[in-house]
Design a protein around this ligand. Structure first.
Ligand SMILES: N[C@@H](CCC(=O)N[C@@H](CS)C(=O)NCC(=O)O)C(=O)O
Length: 210
């Protein structure tokens, strides 16, 4: 097998894994964890000097950065008998790129703060005011996405694309925010549709077995 995906499904590796499952790709999964130092060994640093998962190895082509991994797979492999997850023209490419970069620069940090301090960290280490502040800051960018979704069912190209995967994989971290989900009903509905896809469910199942 020539395609390898490094990183446990319970991490940002879920992004390229989700794309791989949407495309029905054969791949080897090396589910290394992000805790415990496995990303800091000399062997791993040789494939990603940043010491982070995920990493893709496509027959020697190394890709790190989870969004780059997702965009790379979507562009590299076409689904059989289904519409492409990647852009088919430059206008679609513009939409896919802008939403994928938008979510990383405008949303990801606060979405992670919210997730950590509302759910992931042990109770005694959580700081609810940090989750509240992150939630408040996110209402700005999520309002932009809510507006965008007033007249369309997907982020780009009027079909499900890798942009939906990149953005939904981050916004999923705040699906537990009743406040944000109530403020943004179209976004909530779009997120629910994305996360109900069999490919996402398959990746979620992998996190349970991890
Ligand atoms: N911007 C990077 C962030 C990657 C990242 O921080 N990955 C975490 C897991 S989600 C990790 O590898 N942590 C282990 C470490 O930094 O040692 C991406 O999107 O790929």
């Amino acid at each position: 097998m020539t395609l390898k995906i490094y990183g446990t499904a319970a991490s940002r590796a879920a992004r390229p894994l989700w794309v791989a499952h949407e495309l029905g790709l054969a791949y080897e999964h090396i589910p290394i964890p992000y805790l415990g130092g496995a990303t800091r060994t000399a062997e791993f640093l040789a494939i990603n000097p940043n010491g982070h998962i995920p990493v893709l190895d496509d027959d020697g082509v190394l890709v790190w950065e989870s969004m780059a991994c997702a965009l790379y797979l979507a562009g590299r492999f076409k689904p059989v008998g289904a519409p492409s997850l990647a852009a088919e023209n430059h206008a679609e490419q513009a939409e896919i790129l802008r939403w994928s970069f938008w979510v990383v620069t405008e949303c990801e940090k606060d979405a992670l703060i919210f997730l950590m301090h509302s759910r992931l960290m042990p109770l005694e280490r959580r700081k609810p005011p940090l989750a509240d502040e992150a939630q408040r800051r996110l209402s700005g960018p999520l309002g932009v996405l809510e507006q965008h979704l007033q007249s369309r069912s997907h982020l780009a190209a009027e079909r499900f694309t890798v942009a939906d995967i990149c953005v939904a994989s981050v916004i999923a971290w705040v699906q537990g925010s009743t406040e944000l989900m109530t403020q943004c009903p179209r976004l909530h509905e779009w997120l629910r549709r994305c996360l109900a896809r069999p490919a996402f469910r398959a990746v979620q199942l992998m996190t349970k077995n991890a």
